[in-house]
Design a protein around this ligand. Structure first.
Ligand code: DX5
Ligand code: ZN
Length: 223
């Protein structure tokens, strides 16, 4: 089986030198750059917007995996695409018409993802898988890095895996929140193909990034 993709969340990077941090994780073996966009309204934290993403874009050739935790989300989709987002993931609660929002993401040329909060039922995916590129299962409540993995979400990851397999096509199953050396084996075994990790990648500073990423890609087998 192919290695999982690792998408470091720059939420845990040093915000005083984000460009350098993105360069460092790129050289350390990251597969995508995960950018957490928060509005202080849909989630209780406020981070960055399209201007910062545009400034960061030249610092890595990797895909920018942009996780939008903003509502309403529709008015800003084009701005994030123009800033350099390659994948744009939305929460269904952030749009009155999630299907239309996903179509709008595709229409502006990005890959489209949908994210399920820990309390969001699997049924939120109904009728949305056609044309979808990524499902993001949140294994913490969105808003902050460094939270503990919510183990009930393992069952959801397994259920999403079954849905994707039954549907067919290339849909990335990404898991976000509390993914670290202790939890990663279960997450992969449940069917994830991409891992978001903030704390687990950025702990220890740049000298540790390559080993931190390698540890997530190839965790020991379950015993
Ligand atoms: C939470 C964000 C996550 C978070 C992950 O709302 O979507 O990407 O930064 O951080 P860790 O890996 O520290 O749980
Ligand atoms: Zn995220």
């Amino acid at each position: 089986m192919a290695d999982v993709l690792v998408a470091p969340s720059i939420l845990s990077a040093d915000f005083a030198k984000l460009g350098e941090e993105i360069g460092a994780i790129t050289r350390a073996g990251a597969d995508m750059i995960h950018v957490d966009v928060m509005d202080g309204h849909f989630v209780p934290n406020l981070t960055i917007g399209p201007m910062v993403i545009k400034a960061l874009r030249p610092h890595s050739a990797l895909p920018f995996d942009v996780h939008l935790m903003i509502a309403p989300v529709d008015p800003l989709l084009a701005a994030f695409r123009e800033a350099g987002a390659d994948i744009i993931t939305i929460h269904p609660e952030a749009s009155p018409h999630p299907h239309r929002t996903l179509q709008a993401i595709k229409a502006c040329g990005a890959r489209a993802g949908i994210s399920l909060n820990p309390g969001t039922p699997l049924a939120a995916l109904d009728y949305l898988l056609d044309g979808l590129d990524l499902v993001l299962v949140m294994s913490v409540n969105p808003g902050f890095g460094g939270q503990s993995f919510i183990s009930s979400q393992l069952r959801k990851i397994e259920a999403v895996r079954q849905r994707i397999d039954a549907h067919g096509g290339e849909i990335i199953l990404e898991v976000d929140g509390g993914v670290n050396a202790q939890t990663v084996r279960q997450v992969i075994d449940a069917g994830a193909t991409a891992l978001v990790a903030g704390t687990a990648v950025f702990t220890g500073g740049p000298a540790c990034y390559a080993s931190n990423i390698a540890r997530l890609k190839q965790p020991p087998e379950a015993v």
